[in-house]
Write a protein that binds this ligand. Structure first.
Ligand code: PLP
Length: 470
C-alpha cells in the first residue's frame, strides 16, 4: 500500500515510513492510504459472521502488503487482541458496542496495541532502543504505556500534568515497571506537550537517542479501529432480523467523538464495505465539528472541561483526514451530528439506565442520547422543517440521506461505548444511583505503588532526566 499526505498528494511512502514517522514533518500533514480495498462480499455476508480476529486480519492485510507477511500479521493480531468488541443488544433496535474489554478499559487499547506491535516489528534488528515520548491528559497515556509494556527494543516515557488527571488515571499511568516510566510535571497538559515537542526538535538529544511519538494521528492507531466497526456491523446485521423484525435495516453508527479518530476509522470501515449506512458524530460542549456541519465554517477553539473529558477537544486533529476523504456535502449526506452539555450527559446516563438497565459511561451516554433523541422525534421534526439552533444542545440542523430510514423506523443503531463506566464511577453513581462494578484489572492497579517521578515544568530539567535515564 502506498500512503500519501493530507497536504501534499505527491507524497508517496510505504507503511513502515508512515508508522515510524507518525506524521509528515516536512508538510505537517497526516498520512492516509491511497486506497481502501473492499473486502469480498462473501466474507462480509457470511452467516455466522467471522470472528473479530478474522475480520482484523482480512482488513489489515492490504495496508501492509509486501511489508509484513501473512503469518507475521496473524501472530501480531493474536498477540494484540486477546479481547474483542462485545455487541450487546439493549432494545430491539439498539446495540451497545462495548470497546472497553482491553487492559486499560477504554477503546484506545484497540489502536495502541496494534501500533505498538507494528513499531516493534519495524524496529527489529536495530541495536539501540527506540524511545517513545508521550504527553497525556488522561486515557492515551495508559493505553500507550500498557500497549508497549514489555515490548522489546522500545521504551516509553509518559508526561502528565500533576494533579490534573483523575487519581485512577494517575495510577494507570504510574504503576508500570521496566520499560514504561511516568513523569508528573508541575504544569498543564499543554506544558507537557511543549516539553515533548521541544525534545523532538532538540538536535543534541536526537543525536544521542532515537526518539519517536505515539500520537493518536498515527495511521497504525487508526486502521485497527476500523476492525470493530466491520465486526460489529456484521454481528448486528445477522442478529437484527430476529431482534428488530425489520427486514434489511439501515445500520447507523453513533460515535462519541473528541479528536475524531474513532469516527474516521468508521469511515475507513465503510469504504471497505462495512454494512453501515451512516454515522452520528456525537460530542459534548466542544462542538466544533457539529458547528462545521451546520454552518460550513470550521472554527477550532480552546477546549472546555466536561464530564466526558476524553472528548474535550476544540481543534480535532482528524478533521484534516475527514476532509481529505470527503467533501462537506458528502459529510452532510453521511453524518448526522449532535451535542449535549454536562446536564444532558447526566440525564442520558440516568435515562439509559432507567430504560434499558444498562450502566453507561459519560462518553457512551452522549452517543446513546443522540440515538434515542434522533429516533424518538428529533429527526422527524427536522424533516418537517422545524428550526434547530446549532448553538443549543441537541441534533444539529442537517438531514443526512438516511434520515427517512430512521423516521420510518427502518434503522438500527450501533452505540459505541468507549470506556468502562467504573472509570467514571462517581459521575455515573451521581447520575443513576448505581455504582458500576470495577473490573479486576482496574482494581488491581489501585493497589500498586505509584512510581511517577515529579519534575519541574522546565526543559533543561526534563532533558537532564532523559540523558541520565534513557
Ligand atoms: C479518546 C476517547 C474518546 C474520543 O475518541 P476520538 O477518537 O478522539 O474521537 C471518546 N471516549 C473515550 C472514553 C476516549 O478515551
Amino acid at each position: 500500500m502506498i500512503y500519501t499526505d493530507t497536504r501534499d498528494k505527491n507524497v508517496a511512502v510505504n507503511f513502515k515510513t508512515a508508522v515510524m514517522n507518525g506524521m509528515n514533518m516536512v508538510t505537517g500533514g497526516l498520512y492516509i492510504p491511497t486506497e481502501y480495498p473492499k473486502l469480498n462480499t462473501d466474507f462480509i455476508n457470511r452467516v455466522p459472521e467471522h470472528s473479530f480476529r478474522e475480520v482484523a486480519f482480512e482488513m489489515a492485510r492490504p495496508y501492509m502488503d509486501g511489508e509484513i507477511s501473512d503469518s507475521d500479521l496473524e501472530s501480531i493480531i493474536q498477540d494484540a487482541y486477546p479481547f474483542t468488541a462485545q455487541v450487546v443488544p439493549v432494545d430491539p433496535v439498539t446495540y451497545i458496542i462495548e470497546l472497553f474489554h482491553g487492559p486499560t478499559c477504554a477503546f484506545k487499547d484497540f489502536g495502541a496495541r496494534f501500533m505498538a506491535r507494528m513499531m516493534s516489528y519495524f524496529n527489529r534488528g536495530e541495536n539501540d532502543n527506540l524511545h517513545i515520548l508521550v504527553a497525556t491528559s488522561g486515557d492515551t497515556g495508559s493505553a500507550v504505556g500498557s500497549a508497549f509494556h514489555n515490548v522489546q527494543g522500545i521504551d516509553v516515557t509518559i508526561l502528565f500534568p500533576d494533579g490534573k488527571i483523575s487519581p485512577l488515571q494517575e495510577k494507570q499511568l504510574s504503576t508500570f515497571d521496566g520499560n514504561v516510566r511516568a513523569l508528573k510535571v508541575k504544569g498543564t497538559f499543554d506544558d507537557c506537550q511543549k516539553l515533548v515537542k521541544t525534545a523532538f526538535t532538540d538536535k543534541d538529544l536526537r543525536n544521542k537517542f532515537r526518539l519517536s511519538s505515539a500520537n493518536s494521528i498515527n495511521i497504525s492507531r487508526l486502521l485497527p479501529q476500523s476492525f470493530y466497526y466491520m465486526y460489529a456491523a456484521t454481528v448486528a446485521k445477522n442478529r437484527s432480523p430476529h431482534d428488530s423484525k425489520i427486514e434489511n435495516p439501515s445500520i447507523i453508527a453513533i460515535v462519541p467523538s473528541g479528536n475524531f479518530g474513532n469516527l474516521t476509522s468508521g469511515l475507513i470501515a465503510k469504504k471497505m464495505g462495512a454494512p453501515i449506512e451512516g454515522f452520528v458524530a456525537a460530542t459534548n460542549s466542544n462542538h466544533t465539528v457539529p458547528d462545521w456541519i451546520a454552518t460550513g465554517n470550521y472554527t477550532p477553539r480552546p477546549s472546555v472541561a466536561t464530564f466526558s473529558n476524553a472528548m474535550d477537544v476544540g481543534a480535532p486533529s482528524n478533521y484534516e483526514r475527514i476532509t481529505s476523504m470527503y467533501t462537506l456535502e458528502q459529510v452532510r449526506e453521511l453524518f448526522a451530528s449532535y451535542w449535549t452539555d454536562d446536564a444532558g450527559t447526566i440525564k442520558a446516563i440516568d435515562n439509559c439506565h432507567e430504560k434499558t438497565g444498562y450502566i453507561i459511561d459519560p462518553h457512551g451516554a452522549i452517543a446513546w442520547k443522540a440515538w434515542n433523541d434522533i429516533r424518538h422525534g428529533a429527526m422527524q421534526k427536522l424533516a418537517n422543517g422545524e428550526s434547530f439552533d446549532y448553538n443549543k444542545p441537541g441534533l444539529t440542523p442537517n438531514l443526512p440521506t438516511w434520515a427517512n430510514k430512521v423516521i420510518q423506523k427502518k434503522a438500527i443503531g450501533l452505540v459505541l461505548e468507549t470506556a468502562h463506566p467504573s472509570k467514571f464511577g462517581s459521575i455515573v453513581e451521581k447520575a443513576c444511583g448505581r455504582e458500576p462494578v470495577m473490573p479486576d484489572r482496574l482494581e488491581k492497579v489501585l493497589s500498586l505503588p505509584d512510581k511517577a517521578v515529579p519534575i519541574n515544568n522546565d526543559y533543561e530539567d526534563f532533558k537532564q532526566w532523559l540523558v541520565s535515564n534513557l
